[in-house]
Design a protein around this ligand. Structure first.
Ligand code: ZN
Length: 258
């Protein structure tokens, strides 16, 4: 039988409409929706490429900040994706998570590229702008999601006695600051002295950080210093994959509790 073209297209349209309604009903009634469903998270591992960030020698090998914060970001991405967040990273690299023994130092590969244009990562404002442009693009693509930007670093303080995690936020991201304060506090990882500080707070020697400035349009943002490279305990912690996993869990926990 020859079916007129018009009635075929009506039938197709009906079938599409029916399946859309069914899909929406399914989405609404999904019982096991992940705890981060509806979040888009931009992870920004510090440094990379030609810029290793902070570094210290351990047993004759250079421990470079960039390789280790990248590993933490990969762990956050895995945990958050499993909870149904949509996750992006400002950098890409061919390297995966490494559950290595703490005595085996990551080689300083310098292979990280900007996700925005695939150029090799460099230090400086031009590079930071590429991170922000990428994050802002993600933010525009997910206007109805809750949005978070998390930069991951270690710092290097002159005082080697100071250890633990410090969280830096703009004074507009108080809710994320509180959640991170709680999750890292519960994990007993926070720095004793002023663990949460505002971006640019001169009282605590905090420079105005470009990635947390007005050029970053993501609503909730934080830069986390996961420890002090001049503190021996922190330098061990960064090399221990179980601690990196715990740091990643604390970040994900903060988003869940937000
Ligand atoms: Zn850094």
């Amino acid at each position: 039988m020859k079916v007129p073209i018009r009635s075929v297209s009506v039938l197709v349209a009906l079938a599409v409409a029916t399946s859309l309604v069914q899909a929406q009903t399914r989405a609404r009634s999904t019982p096991n929706r992940g705890s981060l469903y509806g979040w888009v998270v931009v992870l920004d591992p510090g440094h990379g490429g030609t810029d290793p960030g902070s570094s210290r020698i351990h047993n004759g090998q250079r421990v470079a900040e960039s390789d280790y914060v990248y590993d933490v970001a990969l762990r956050v991405r895995r945990l958050a994706t499993a909870r149904q967040a949509v996750v992006f990273m400002t950098l890409t690299s061919g390297v995966g998570e490494r559950n290595w023994n703490a005595s085996r130092v990551f080689p300083d590969a310098r292979t990280e590229r900007f996700a925005l244009d695939q150029s090799v990562v460099r230090a400086g404002t031009a590079g930071l702008s590429k991170r922000l442009s990428y994050g802002n693009r993600v933010g525009r693509r997910y206007p109805n999601h809750r949005q978070a930007w998390i930069s991951i670093h270690f710092d290097m303080l002159r005082d080697g006695e100071i250890g633990g995690v410090r969280i830096i936020v703009p004074d507009t991201a108080l809710r994320l600051a509180r959640a991170l304060d709680n999750s890292f506090g519960n994990a007993r990882r926070l720095r004793d002295d002023n663990p949460v500080v505002y971006n640019g707070d001169q009282n605590h020697g905090i420079r105005r950080l470009f990635v947390l400035g007005p050029g970053n349009r993501i609503r909730e943002k934080a830069l986390i210093e996961l420890g002090n490279f001049n503190n021996q305990t922190d330098l061990w912690r960064i090399r221990d994959w179980r601690v990196r996993e715990a740091y990643a869990r604390a970040i994900v926990q903060a988003l869940e509790d937000w």
